[in-house]
Design a protein around this ligand. Structure first.
Ligand code: PEP
Length: 259
């Protein structure tokens, strides 16, 4: 297992006052935690909050990430945000290709690749999401869907340990129905195998996060799987106490591996 990453995706939630209160509470909790540097804690708020939260995130010892970025550096793309604009705010990460972007905003494997390349080009770390729909799983197509998504990412020639992948079965997102550790590990191992086959041993360093109803109740058993390097978390990242529990589980896992 690689250095665990616990990444929160706030989606379209939180006003300035709520976000500041979250980080104030979180900073109180992380203040006396000694091994926070054994993991990467990240929160991806709406873009409107990225500038506001930079000091608060530093105090809480958490990095910030955006939820999306455009592939062009600038120009007539109303409503979009460029990777350079995100970087300009001191932000390190950006989510790319979340299933909600694919479902509601016509994101495709092709546009995901373009965004990933642009993010890498600007020095951001992309957290690239893949995952199957419930119909795919029911029809026994999980493996084929994942293989096709990973192949597309590999075709961009930009997969490297600078990229973080997130396996997010769409049926598990926001439903409270997390994949079992065995179900998740099966897919993570498939992804890992494809990456190693294409890229060699360096692919063992690419972090593969699990996302889909991860919570304080199931995080330890999911992180215990050999190919699960952390989590991308929606609902449970909105409450400081829950998010802090996830950070603690990540630290516990990191310390177990180090032993
Ligand atoms: C997500 O939005 O990426 C996610 C995994 O959400 P949740 O944890 O709420 O299922």
């Amino acid at each position: 297992m690689n250095k665990p990453m616990i990444a929160g995706n706030w989606k379209m939630n939180m006003l300035q006052s709520e976000a500041m209160a979250f980080f104030k509470d979180l900073a109180e909790k992380t203040k006396n935690v000694t091994h926070l540097d054994t993991i990467d804690g990240v929160i991806c708020p709406p873009a409107t909050l990225l500038g506001l939260l930079s000091d608060a995130a530093r105090t809480a010892k958490i990095e910030l990430g955006a939820q999306n970025c455009h592939w062009e550096p600038k120009g007539a793309f109303t409503g979009e945000i460029s990777p350079a604009m995100i970087k300009d705010l001191g932000v390190k990460y950006t989510i790319i290709g979340h299933s909600e972007r694919r479902q509601y905003f016509a994101e495709t494997d092709e546009s995901v690749n373009k965004r990933m390349l642009a993010a890498l080009g600007a020095g951001l770390v992309p957290i690239v999401c893949i995952g199957e729909y419930l119909e795919d799983r029911k029809a026994g197509r999980t493996q084929a869907v994942i293989q096709s998504q990973v192949k597309s990412l590999l075709s961009s020639q930009s997969m490297s340990p600078h990229v973080v992948l997130a396996y997010e079965p769409v049926w598990a997102i926001g439903t409270g129905l997390a994949a079992t550790p065995a179900q998740a590990e099966e897919v993570h191992a498939l992804i890992r195998g494809m990456l190693i086959e294409a890229l060699g041993a360096s692919a063992t360093k690419i972090r593969i996060l699990y996302g889909g109803s991860m919570s304080p109740g199931n995080v330890a058993e999911l992180l215990a799987m050999p190919n699960i390097d952390g989590g991308l978390i929606g609902g449970a990242s909105l409450k400081p106490a829950d998010y802090f529990s996830l950070l603690e589980a990540g630290i516990a896992r990191a310390l177990t591996i180090a032993r």
